[in-house]
Write a protein that binds this ligand. Structure first.
Ligand SMILES: Nc1ncnc2c1ncn2[C@@H]1O[C@H](COP(=O)(O)OS(=O)(=O)O)[C@@H](OP(=O)(O)O)[C@H]1O
Ligand SMILES: Nc1ncnc2c1ncn2[C@@H]1O[C@H](COP(=O)(O)OP(=O)(O)O)[C@@H](O)[C@H]1O
Length: 195
């Protein structure tokens, strides 16, 4: 950090960008097992917001693990580094006034604590996309659970790598109990008043 001088006296700040966009820059952090419904819900919520005239950005494994985080795997250390980088990027977007929807397994309390600290308590809103692993495994959207059961993928979340349920999320959506549209309504009801 020696010889690094962050700029704190920018002419334009978050509030200026928010005024331009007529919205609040926040981070919506979707947490859940593979197959729980994070991406599906993130995409439909983004579409809803876009159609309402809001500027949004989704960050998920598909657009980060193939680029910025292409050198990372699924060890505990790599997952932590993955989430650290994502949280830093999400913070930049949110400070630009963008409604930023992050969709990552984010499997442990300590990893989520880190992203909350990076982004800031006031901007970080955690959504637990809750779904029993039996249901996720039955959905097996990408065939990864079957591979993990056959031992072809190691450190698979929920099989041989831990997933700790969020302790105090802002919102819980139960994708095994409600259909997509009802889960979307839960998101709309919670978030629209604060953006
Ligand atoms: N070992 C292992 N464990 C879990 N998931 C795996 C693994 N290997 C590949 N995948 C695929 O990677 C996606 C999860 O990446 P994330 O960046 O969200 O994971 S993490 O937050 O860093 O734990 C996850 O995507 P989603 O299904 O969208 O959650 C999987 O498709
Ligand atoms: N209420 C729901 N919300 C979101 N997805 C659901 C719901 N009910 C069933 N699904 C299905 O579950 C699967 C979830 O897959 P995906 O969104 O890729 O999960 P993740 O991003 O968490 O890995 C999709 O096939 C989706 O159609």
């Amino acid at each position: 950090m020696e010889n690094i001088h962050p700029i704190f006296d920018q002419i334009l700040g978050k509030a200026d960008k928010e005024r331009l966009l007529q919205q609040k820059g926040i981070v919506i952090w979707m947490v859940g097992l593979s197959g729980s419904g994070k991406s599906t819900l993130a995409k439909s919520f983004e579409k809803y917001l876009h159609d309402s005239g809001k500027l949004t950005q989704i960050l998920d494994g598909d657009n980060l693990r193939t680029g910025l985080n292409a050198n990372l795997g699924f060890s505990a250390e790599d997952r932590e580094e993955n989430i650290r980088r994502v949280a830093e990027v999400a913070k930049l977007f949110a400070h630009c006034g963008v409604i930023t929807i992050c969709s990552f397994i984010s499997p442990t309390t300590s990893i989520r604590q880190m992203s909350r600290e990076i982004i800031g308590d006031d901007l970080y809103h955690e959504v637990f996309v809750e779904c029993p692993i039996e249901v996720c495994e039955k959905r097996d959207v990408k065939g990864l659970y079957a591979k993990a059961r056959r031992g072809e993928i190691k450190n698979f979340t929920g099989i041989d790598s831990p997933f700790e349920n969020p302790e105090n999320p802002s919102l819980i959506v139960n994708t095994d109990l409600k259909n997509l549209d009802d889960c979307l309504q839960d998101m709309i009801k919670f978030f629209v008043p604060i953006i």
